[in-house]
Design a protein around this ligand. Structure first.
Ligand code: SF4
Length: 704
């Protein structure tokens, strides 16, 4: 039997897996088993149901060969790779002639390996000269990125998972960690349970399994997070609990911040948030009395028109009390996708370039033009289209070719009817994925079969900055090819052969890490060979470094990545929800995830055990609200927003606050009829991160 060490390809926790089985000439995976890898530093042998069952999804409903059609109302016809690639190259050249390079657009994925991301950046931002590459991380983590950049001068979660066992106070806000990042939660829960002095505070409008485990659950009103965070700061300052020496030596903007939080006295905050003054004071007391405080957050913070401001408001508390750069302390974003972190490192958002660089920075563009041997001025200084701007571009006939890979916007985008109408307008859409059918494949003219976990070799970075190698251990299914290899082949056929002379993904990674040298995400000392030999490796890891010398946490020296080395307090008031409730739409809808499913079910919908765990979508409603609209446990509700409609069976529970309803986001048109949460959500964006406020909108309910 063979044992392969690899990484779970679902969430950003990044658990190590061991896959045990026998390779055979039929490429038959039925005998292979998956277990947790005890030697992986992040997960220590633990694994949740998604990782444990991943092998079952590998050879079901796979796209076996390239397919084409002229129009969306025609059936797909099989074609050869040569013919499909020739067609794509001809279309790219045609669009460049007619619309310029900005008529091209790619929408990628945190499911990409870093090598895929990097090759796509080189092709689009480098060779083709358009920054129109964005990824589903825009819907997931872009507010965390912009919050870190605003406060610290650079992206990069400062903490590590060891902090879960070293903290005295865990402050979880906008994260249902128990269901969405289960192994992180297992580590924290064990520490909390066995140390009575350790406090856990959970801030969430729902009483989630995470909140069940907390010492204190603050069921705040959706959209009141900044009021709460500023209110905690108000009390800490009132009690003299700030660290004046740290503030004076290592931060800017404190005076303005102290003035701002005067507007958030406890009574006002309690009223805005819908909590008691006592609970607010207890929160501030836990924070001030703990030697170490670790904040964690996820989509409940990021998916907001104030996502960046919320991240800054969390970081403000850490700057105020010097809770950063030491064991058990710091602001820690929990990444959604398995390699959203690697995507950020490789420049995989429309405003970024590889190595935590920005397209608007002349020196950063010059670095890449020199490194990629491109003419000066080749890289555009304009940020490309962010996720929602792709919809606008299609509506305005500004996009001639859309290339979507490893993600499913026909379920995951906000305002789905508008999204689908825009996708239907696309003159030419390439959809590259491992599976077929997927909701988004209905909007494609060309389907390209991509390899996935288990049949491609590449790297992924998890939330605590550990880079792991995911090796191929069986032959690709059908005619599928690696994403990076498809991008490289298109580059060669477009005449950029000298830029894409990669024989394998190890060579792609070797090129990528060179451009991270001396950057905050320096991983120039990491290679596929090192990862094979030494296992997962955390960055920063410069070429000159010894493994044991590397700090586990960023900012241990309190030197931040700003020009003067100081972190910056964010100055932000609480604006509330972008779409407030009113008489016509009196309920707040919030959406979220369930333990077993992953995003739009592309994999997990094809795994029997997980289907049985979560057989159908539902809507959670408080008993008081259910009574008011005469809904019973047997009812179905029609849910309407200003944009669309969906129907769900009712789940009456006190876990949800009165006035708020909850729907899981996993069901698209393939899996259930009229149960798409995002047919209801709106696309209002955070002005800095350009992340949509997927977390909340106003709806009305009717019993069917
Ligand atoms: Fe995979 Fe995330 Fe579960 Fe770990 S916690 S096994 S990375 S889905």
């Amino acid at each position: 039997m063979d044992t392969v060490k690899t990484l779970c390809p679902y969430c950003g926790v990044g658990c190590g897996l061991e896959v045990v089985g026998q390779n055979n000439s039929n490429n038959d995976l039925s005998g292979w088993k998956v277990r947790g890898d005890r030697s992986h530093p992040s997960s220590q042998g633990m694994v949740c149901v998604k990782g444990a069952t991943i092998i079952e999804s590998v050879d079901v409903d796979r796209l076996m060969q390239p397919m084409v059609r002229d129009r969306l109302d025609q059936p797909f016809q099989p074609t050869s790779w040569d013919a499909a690639l020739d067609l794509i190259v001809a279309k790219i050249q045609q669009v460049r002639r007619n619309l310029g390079s900005d008529g091209l657009c790619m929408y990628g994925s945190g499911q990409f390996q870093t090598e895929d991301y990097y090759t796509a950046q080189k092709l689009f931002k480098g060779c083709l000269g358009t920054n129109n590459f964005d990824a589903n991380s825009r819907l997931c983590m872009s507010s965390a990125v912009s919050g870190y950049v605003q406060s610290f001068g650079a992206d990069g979660p400062p903490c590590c998972y060891d902090d879960l066992e070293q903290t005295e106070c865990a402050f979880l806000i906008g994260t249902n960690t128990a269901e969405c990042h289960p192994i992180v939660f297992n580590r924290l829960r064990k520490h909390h349970k066995s140390n009575s002095q350790v406090k856990m505070i959970v801030v969430d409008p729902r009483r989630t399994p995470t909140a069940e485990a907390a010492d204190l659950h603050l069921a705040i009103q959706p959209g009141s997070d900044i009021a709460l965070l500023n209110g905690i700061a108000h009390l800490l300052l009132q009690w003299g609990k700030q660290d004046q020496a740290f503030i004076a030596q290592h931060t800017n903007g404190f005076e303005e911040f102290a003035t701002l939080v005067k507007d958030y006295p406890p009574e006002r905050v309690a009223q805005i948030c819908g909590i008691t003054v006592e609970d607010l004071e207890t929160t501030a007391r836990y924070w001030s009395e703990s030697a170490s405080v670790l904040s964690m957050w996820s989509m409940g913070i990021n998916q907001s028109t104030q996502g960046t401001a919320k991240v800054q408001a969390i970081i403000n508390l850490h700057l105020l009390t010097a809770q950063i750069g030491k064991p058990g302390a710091g602001p820690f974003s929990l990444t959604g996708q398995p390699n959203a972190m690697g995507g950020r490192e490789a420049g995989g958002l429309a405003h970024l370039l590889p190595g935590y660089r920005s397209v608007t920075n002349p020196q950063h563009r010059a670095d890449l033009e020199w490194f990629w041997r491109l003419p000066v001025g080749q890289i555009s200084d304009r940020p490309g289209r962010s996720a929602w701007d792709i919809v606008r571009g299609l509506e305005n006939n500004e996009i001639g070719l859309l290339w979507i890979a490893a993600t499913n916007p026909a379920v995951s985008f906000p305002d789905l009817e508008r999204t689908k109408a825009a996708l239907r307008r696309s003159p030419f859409t390439i959809y590259q994925d491992a599976y077929y059918p997927i909701e988004t494949s209905a909007y494609a003219h060309v389907l390209l079969p991509a390899t996935q976990w288990s049949e491609k070799t590449g790297t992924m970075t998890n939330s605590e900055r550990f880079v792991s190698l995911c090796p191929a251990f069986h032959q690709p299914i059908g005619e599928s090819r690696d994403d990076w290899a498809i991008f490289a082949e298109v580059g060669r056929r477009l005449g950029f052969g000298d830029k894409f002379r990669f024989a394998n993904s190890a060579q792609v990674y070797a090129e990528f890490v060179k451009i991270t040298r001396d950057r905050p995400c320096d991983q120039s000392g990491i290679s596929h060979a090192l990862l094979t030999e030494a296992g997962p490796t955390q960055w920063p890891h410069p070429a000159s470094s010894q493994r044991s010398n590397q700090p586990k946490r960023l900012y241990q020296d309190y030197r931040f990545n700003t020009a003067d080395g100081r972190a910056k307090f964010g100055i932000n008031h609480n604006n509330g929800l972008s779409e407030a409730t009113d008489d016509a739409y009196p309920f707040v809808l919030t959406v979220g995830r369930l333990y077993g499913h992953w995003h739009t079910q592309t994999r997990t919908g094809r795994i029997k055990k997980i289907q049985q765990m979560h057989p159908q979508p539902f809507i959670e409603i408080h008993p008081r609200d259910a009574e008011e609209i005469a809904a019973t446990a047997e009812s179905w509700l029609e849910v309407k927003s200003r944009r669309g409609m969906a129907r769900f069976p009712v789940k009456i529970t006190k876990a949800i606050a009165p006035g708020v309803v909850f729907v899981p986001m996993h069901w698209g048109a393939l899996w259930a009829e009229d149960a798409e949460a995002n047919s209801l959500t709106h696309p209002d964006l955070d002005p800095i991160s350009l992340q949509p406020e997927l977390k909340a909108c106003a709806v009305r309910l009717r019993v069917l």
